[in-house]
Design a protein. Sequence first.
Length: 295
Amino acid sequence: MSRNGMNGQGAVLAGAGAVLASLLSMNMGAAFAKTLFPVVGAYGIAALRIFLAAILLMLFRRPWRRPIPADVRWPLLIYGATLALMNLLIYQAFARIPLGIAMAIEVTGPLAIVLFGARRPRDFLWLGAAVIGLLLLLPLRSDAVLDPLGVIFAVGAAACWALYILTGKRVSGALRGDAVAWGMLAAAILVLPVGLTHAGASLFSPWVLMVGLAIALLSSALPYSLEMEAMRRLPAPVFGLLLSAAPAIGALAGFVVLGERLTVLQGVAIFCIIAASGGSALTVRHAPAIEDAPQ
């Protein structure tokens, strides 16, 4: 193999490792966040994580060096509000259903964006796999073991993720990489009063702040940096394929950190959604870019 071929293979392997490390970091952050729910509640930890992540991203990106165009300010506020609502909803889902299941339901939001307008038979195969997986997870049977409210929150988070992608297109075109930092700051301003209302002064106790900072690093700052490196090295379909493993890694993090165990049927459902997400990333033509929403 030529030196260029070896270098190319090394770049792909490094990029794949960065994506998987990003997913592991993000899901471990979510799992550790769940351990704080008894102390400050799901709203409290969601607000604290967004607030600290906003500070980290602002320090990392330093977006204030470039002015925000006047015509982007309202779209940016909508973008931040969508990000805030998505995080509040998914943390409410985490409080009620296993981590891997919540993430599997949430990922159907961006998957719907990808498959919207699909026309080829294989695209309908991925759509069918996603629908089957979602139906297996929805508490439609009398013996369903999932909390229906938790599933509703996860579905709401999926809808917000889809909206996040659509609103993000406007601001990312004008602000590029600074869009996430400004969006997270807007989200923090919106959700911090919610967190303070539910958690009070305990939100800023030294121990909670220390754990919250670790969660913000794991959930936002580190994954963001790793994915920036991965996107430089990987073709978009491969990047999307690797991201489709998020529900499986979420289930693994939930099991290791929280002792969450899934039924066989739930495992099959997650596999169906992963297959749909990975398959669509490789085969759907002209799919819109999916931003990996910071959580």
